[in-house]
Design a protein around this ligand. Structure first.
Ligand SMILES: C[S@@+](CC[C@H](N)C(=O)[O-])C[C@H]1O[C@@H](n2cnc3c(N)ncnc32)[C@H](O)[C@@H]1O
Length: 330
């Protein structure tokens, strides 16, 4: 790092968030510039995501919620009594309330989320709604190695909950590795209740990620605003625009921030050059067919026990059981 930059407080500010700085620097140096989607969720990003969930175009939240509501008794029966529930990317834990109400003899609940303020707020609220439940939140990046907080209540098994089709943010090979880690964490007799978005027509998909009110655009652009707040970068938000396109061959929505002009952006002590129309990839959202997701789950050491879908086959909720023989199909 050059001394002249270091000695000039206008040009160089120590990034407040070292992890974000490290990952952003790596991502922006790639031939296809990227910023990891987990950084979309600071306080502002989490608020914006919650607004997205209420949008007319955003079918995943209301469809998954309806599937859970319509099948909750059967879901609770399949999961069985006495489990420790561990949720990945719990957000406001809104959908989880249905499980907390219906699971028999629930031992404890561990919500895991990177958005710590929202996590602790929602746990406080849950504590008043479910005073007898042991709630053990974990503010962490779930892609790091995880040590679950010690529970005082013995459990018969560990069951993970991963709603919101957040599994779609991983590329398929990463999704297999991630699910394998969940299978190890849950162990024998354990399982995973997961929300998986299904392949559907391009128009509906692209509308869901390019809403008319511009909330998804604000959510995406907040990543640059966050970089300015936490990394001291100088992204001009007016010089980038949001776009989400569906790549049918790869079965994924890709969210982008497109540079409207040639420009140079400074992130701490580094400069990044953008051509006009060059873009940063900020999030993938993979969509699956049921057979393709079954294969993926099997590769990760799970067997698919139950699949619930809505009438229009937009979304699925699936219960996967850890294979008792420990076999992993490759
Ligand atoms: C698509 S939202 C889903 C929220 C909620 N589970 C739902 O179904 O509506 C993704 C959630 O995962 C969290 N998240 C994203 N990446 C994460 C990571 N690497 N580690 C922990 N939490 C993460 C976000 O903060 C957010 O709450």
């Amino acid at each position: 790092m050059s001394t002249s930059l270091l000695s000039n407080p206008v040009l160089y500010r120590e990034p407040a968030n070292k992890e974000f700085f490290r990952e952003a620097s790596i991502g922006l140096l790639q031939p296809q510039k990227t910023l990891p989607c987990k950084f979309l969720y600071d306080d502002q990003g989490s608020d914006l995501f919650n607004q997205i969930c209420d949008l007319d175009e955003y079918y995943p939240t209301r469809t998954e919620t309806a599937i859970l509501r319509d099948n909750i008794r059967e879901i609770a029966e399949v999961i069985g009594p006495g489990c420790r529930l561990v949720e990945f990317g719990s957000g406001t834990s809104t959908k989880t309330r249905m499980l907390l109400e219906h699971l028999a003899d629930l031992a404890s609940y561990t919500p895991i989320d990177i958005s710590s303020a929202q996590l602790f707020d929602s746990c406080e609220q849950l504590g008043t709604e479910f005073p007898a439940l042991e709630i053990l939140p974990l503010a962490a990046d779930y892609t790091d190695s995880l040590h679950l907080p010690e529970s005082e209540t013995p459990a018969q098994k560990v069951v993970a909950f991963f709603p919101g089709s957040t599994i779609g943010n991983f590329e398929p090979h990463e999704a297999v590795s991630f699910l394998r880690r969940i299978a190890c964490l849950c162990g024998q007799h354990g399982g995973l209740l997961i929300g998986v978005d299904l392949i559907k027509d391009r128009r509906r998909l692209e509308a869901a990620y390019n809403d008319r009110k511009g909330v998804t655009a604000a959510f995406n652009l907040n990543l640059l605003a966050r970089a300015n707040r936490e990394l001291g970068s100088d992204f001009d938000l007016g010089s980038f625009r949001h776009q989400a396109i569906y790549d049918e061959a790869l079965g994924r929505i890709e969210m982008r921030l497109i540079s409207l002009q040639p420009q140079v952006v400074r992130v701490a002590n580094q400069e990044f050059f953008f051509d006009e129309d060059e873009y940063i990839t900020t999030e993938y959202s993979y969509k699956y067919s049921l057979p393709k997701f079954t294969k993926l789950a099997q590769s990760a050491g799970f067997e698919v026990l139950n699949v619930w879908v809505d009438r229009n086959k937009l979304f699925s909720v699936q219960y996967l059981r850890v294979r008792s023989d420990g076999a992993v199909n490759r």
